[in-house]
Ligand binder design. Sequence first.
Ligand code: BTN
Length: 319
Amino acid sequence: MPVSALLNLLKDGKFHSGDELGEVLGVSRAAIWKQIRKLEELGLEISSVRGKGYRLQGEMELLNQDYLKQALGDNLQEIHVLFETPSTNTWLLDRANEWSGKAALCVAEKQSAGRGRRGREWVSPLGRNLYFSLMLPAFSPMSVIEGLSLVVGLVVARQLNKLGCDASLKWPNDVLVRGQKIAGVLIELQGDLHSECQLIIGVGVNFDLGVANIDQPYTDIKSVVGKAPSRNSFSAELCEEIIASVELLKERGLKAFISEWQSLDYYREKRVKMLIGQNVWSGVAQGINRKGELQVLTDEDGLKVFNAGEISLRPEDAD
Ligand code: BTN
């Protein structure tokens, strides 16, 4: 019996006896007890009361494949909700050749090896956040694809602002609230740009992360607005907005997004440090240029322009 089937019965936050659960799932009470332990190991709080049974601490909305198919079926050929996977980006990368030319969405309740930019881990506990990957056929020229990374961050910030989050952007595509990270974007490419090739747009949004072992300031939607919204409707809207923005980017280029990006730039006119390998520049961030590069008035070399890639932007007082 998959542990997801048990969670599906417990998600209402009400008591369910071991007998009842066992009967519905066709397994023994002992097997239910084992799976309850597994859910606890995955980080869920489950109370067990003699005579009443098991109860999840609070109601839980699980990701719903039928809902997403209903909402997005016209735009996407493949829609997959997974319980647990190493990484939703990797899951789509593994299918990119087979699904060449298709648009596909993959969301998961948990990632066991969630990946962030520059080889970092993306903390991905069960059921608390959004782990979202959208695969689209790639388009050219390459400069437009580079702009995509800024555009996706912008779309995520826009969606969060609709919820009242007051989100801003840290170049190239981190989404912050009050300087703390709430969402991140990881875009990957599978195949050869000159022939068939697929883009994988990965987005992680902290909904109700709680306390986590993360080496930079972070926050989540629940801490900011007091309540985590539906991950299903957020996913559907985010997906539609990304697809529409990709179309606009292809038609009009990055210029259609620059002024909105600038208006959400958290570091504009703030002192920053730019790190590339062992090299460091300090200065005042001046926003992006029309190619999406970051301009910094550096103490060392005057106005300098930075491309994305391996550069890291930090507040000046960071280690
Ligand atoms: C960053 O470092 O800011 C990027 C984080 C991207 C995380 C998302 S979660 C869904 C998708 N799958 C992954 O393994 N990473 C991206």
